[in-house]
Design a binder for this molecule. Structure first.
Ligand code: OGA
Ligand code: NI
Length: 351
């Protein structure tokens, strides 16, 4: 397709938004956000401290909350998670500093191949009849089992390393709880997916104020590769999740972590826990920044539905694929065409 707009890599939304007092968005950013999101007063909350509690009743209540959240929403607000407020602020601030670097510096990480460990740029999606440019800049890097990180700002690396380590602790405890809820043997998920060497991707998204927020999108509807995704932000709302076909604002108290179930939890659980659809919308007034940590098994693990669950269900509903291959195909075709997860579903020919 001959692009009529500049190449993605030539665009930084930050520069565009700053470049002039733009009153209207350029036409290649037009995207129909339909329908707008609404507010829910019943977003699931999981109290992490209760999952670690010695009190059996408290722990069992937390496990129930976790099960319900995964089954019904594929999303929950994690509170009392133990990550210090100062570290959360530090990673948000350092991520913001990355976007303050000169464009030339950020361009060093222009994606050349899906397997590049660090990538930065803007992004596109397929609109109804043309390529749509997204109202956001991003940077993504693989941070575990090997830590990659841009070398500027200089303190980013240590902060990312510390934050990612804390997220791994949360991940493994939450997955232990999920294994229990699925009535799997303790430790089986940890072992099958080799979580000691689990994959983690750190991604940060920068959304400048937008003159016509209802006519464009930060990130269109998608699901994430991996098991669980952790998201924090600078206090400016923008994440929306789909629930029973409707879009809801994912609001949260300060310092909570927004957690969503991702594709490989759907595959591993043989469809019990669905990977939740979500998107990011933009606003007229404030810069929004999000810091996302996506997680998965050890990159070379071939993920398939858990054997025990397949035995109970009588058949596997998903095929298998090496985890890192899945991630890399998704990263290169993320918002275009049929999702990877759809491609993994096994049709039942008898039906
Ligand atoms: C993502 C994502 C949402 C947000 O990076 O995969 O869904 O609110 N981000 O930035
Ligand atoms: Ni996402």
């Amino acid at each position: 397709m001959a692009p009529t707009a500049p190449l993605v890599e030539d665009v930084s939304i930050k520069e565009l938004a700053n470049s002039s007092d733009i009153k209207a968005i350029p036409s290649h950013f037009k995207f129909v956000v339909d329908p707008q999101g609404s507010i829910s007063d019943s977003l699931p909350i999981v109290d992490f401290s209760l999952l670690l509690s010695d009190d059996a009743d408290q722990r069992s209540q937390a496990l129930k909350d976790l099960a319900k959240a995964c089954e019904e929403w594929g999303f929950f607000v994690l509170i009392n998670h133990g990550i210090p407020e100062s570290l959360m602020k530090a990673i948000v601030d350092a991520s913001l500093e990355f976007f303050d670097l000169p464009l030339e510096e950020r361009r060093r990480y222009e994606p050349k191949s899906a397997s590049d460990p660090i990538k930065a740029g803007a992004g596109t999606a397929n609109g109804a009849d043309h390529k749509v440019f997204l109202w956001r800049d991003f940077m993504k890097s693989y941070v575990h089992p090997i830590l990659y990180c841009p070398d500027k700002p200089p303190h980013l690396r240590d902060i990312v390393a510390e934050y990612a380590e804390k997220c791994r602790f949360l991940l493994r405890k939450l997955l232990q709880g999920i294994s229990e809820n699925l009535e799997l043997e303790a430790g089986s998920m940890d072992e099958t997916l080799n979580l000691d060497s689990c994959y983690q991707l750190y991604a940060t998204n920068f959304y400048p104020p937008c003159p016509q927020p209802d006519q464009t999108i930060g990130i269109p509807s998608h699901t994430d590769p991996g098991l669980l995704t952790f998201l924090i932000h600078n206090g400016v709302a923008g994440l929306q999740i789909q629930h029973n076909g409707e879009w809801f604002h994912a609001t949260s108290p300060p310092n909570a972590i927004l957690v969503n179930t991702a594709d490989h939890l759907e595959i591993f659980s043989n469809g019990r826990y669905k990977s939740v659809k979500h998107r990011a919308v933009v606003n007229t007034e404030k810069v929004r920044i999000s810091v996302v940590v996506a997680s998965g098994p050890e990159p070379s693990v071939i993920v398939s539905p858990c054997e025990e669950l397949v035995r109970r269900d009588g058949r596997a509903l998903y095929g298998s694929m090496k985890f890192i291959e899945y991630v890399e195909t998704q990263l290169s075709s993320r918002y275009d065409g049929k999702s990877n997860l759809e491609c993994m579903k096994i049709q039942d020919n008898q039906e």
